[in-house]
Design a protein around this ligand. Sequence first.
Ligand code: IVH
Length: 656
Amino acid sequence: MERLRSELRRHEHLYYVLDRPEISDAEYDGMMRELERLEREHPEIPVPPDSPTLRVGGAPREGFVKVRHSAPMLSLDNALDAGELAEFNRRVADLLGGQPYRYAAELKLDGLSMAVHYEGGVLKQAITRGDGLEGEDVTSNARTIRTLPLRVAGAGWPRFEVRGEVIMTRRAFDALNAEREAQGLPLYANPRNSAAGSLRVLDPSVTAARQLEFIAYFLLVDGQPAMESHFESLERLAGMGFKVNPERSLCSSLGELLAFCTKWEEARETLPFEIDGVVAKVDSVAQQRLLGWTAKAPRWAIAYKFSARAAETVLENIEVQVGRTGTLTPVACLRPVVVGGVTVSRATLHNEEEIARLGAAIGDTVLVERSGDVIPKVVEVRKRPPERRAFIMPTKCPVCDSIVVRAEGEVASRCLNTNCPARLKESLLHWSARTVMDIDGVGEALVDQLVDLGLVRSIADLYSLTFEQLKDLERMGEKSAAKVLANIDASRRRPLPRLIAGLGIPFVGERTAQLIAEAIPSISRLRAATQEELQSVNEVGPKVAQAIRRFFDEPHNEELLARLKDAGLPMEWTPPSKPAGGALAGLTFVLTGTLPTLSRDEAKALIEAHGGKVAGSVSRKTSVVVAGEDAGTKLEKARELGILVWDEATLREKIR
Ligand code: IVH
């Protein structure tokens, strides 16, 4: 516990004082939770008054400037079922004394709220909710959110404020976690946490890479609603270029409101983002004023909360699965339980460390949660019966009986036998996956047969399969066999980044493979690259570089690559001039003069967030000079060399 405390203090100093964090927010939170758990479970050991756990939670971070809100950002009272919603409606009707009224119903987005101030139509400041009265200035980070307009033309007010929710779509969340898993980083629990973690980092380029969205739900002038109807203000916001709650409805009765709630409780999974309820607001602002506020929440609005998607059940066993990099993943076998309408009997436990963090053992009663399409997760242990059995990671691979190793500094245990059938099957599935080599038809059923019958002993064997071999397999036939062969053949034409991603090098997911291929676009050069060269690639640290080196140093892999080459797969690549890394990827910028709204640092962050580079001086390598007022010699030089010159508006135009 003392070691955790001193580590936490060190990281706090790095974060708050030096602005130089060495670990992610999530890792920090994980350590903090671990300390909290130990303190809770060992009440016999006194907690020193300066323990990091005793710091007041939720207080604004020192790294950000605190700002007062124009009017408090209140929260909402909850209605947990139709009865409570009816009760709320009765109260509204009573207080309005028989006046007719309507509700604007919106989805309750599961993110974090933020207030954004505009002056002269230009985004000036973005503030997190904080404690409702005071939040944190996160302007530089908010600017990287693409659905948040940086400029609004013809709004009609010299100053106005927009409040809304910052969210992460499920797709972005899954991609982020997949990447983190590939890199051996701790995973975010849900899109809400990762949205919060991504907004509250001190480096805007991190926020930019996270694909957040801002969805607006209030339009204010001087802290007051700008329009007399809430519903109309949503339409107005949409007209101004904000993204608003796509599903909204004006309801004239409790029945209509309830129908909206039920509809979305059932259809929530069809949305690209997570919602946890429906918000109903009395539409007329005059009536809102009549109804007023309590200290905590308005009397004119309510959050109808969907039923929880977590349930308690018994952890009956922990099985171990072997993945394509040989990683042994513990999987929870649960007494089947219905969670939000779906029966769950298995859930991921990630690795040994996660089991230790949860303090879970076989026989415990655990809380299982489903969020979105995400695989069910064990989030907490609720009961620890005396007859519980500790889980012990096997020292031999459960499939091939080879020795299992957990490398220092890694959370995963791995089977080292590259020919382990479990690894081979997973490797083949990974290789064929849609986002990798995209070989339709090579799924679990086929891979099992190919490996079990000894037809495929390596990825390269896929490319010498014959029609005769395939057509008599189970669930195959002549037509499917021909199709599969054609699909395998088509995969010969996938570009190098996909091939690199397909190799199953630990920590090298799709994104990392792309970055590696952009920097070193040839397998022979990659094979010859030193650890240092590899580390000079963006986002490749010592751990990843070492994994790549190890991969190429292994004779089996050398043979695999030689065979893939013989099979006609590409070993070289010409990166396109504008790769997917952002609208400005591949371009080198030089900034000069004073830009109308962006500071030098903000402009740099914005360019980098969209994949561009910023250099200090103009040369023939410069692609674009962004010039503002009082631009000097750099602009002259750019003109001399015939280099493109943009103003701030053009820059913004290009990255819209
Ligand atoms: S209205 C006083 N509308 O829910 C009005 N909030 O518990 C409060 N939220 O802090 C906000 N979707 O973070 C409103 N369509 C929506 C919302 C929404 C999500 C969040 C927001 C707020 C919390 C209230």
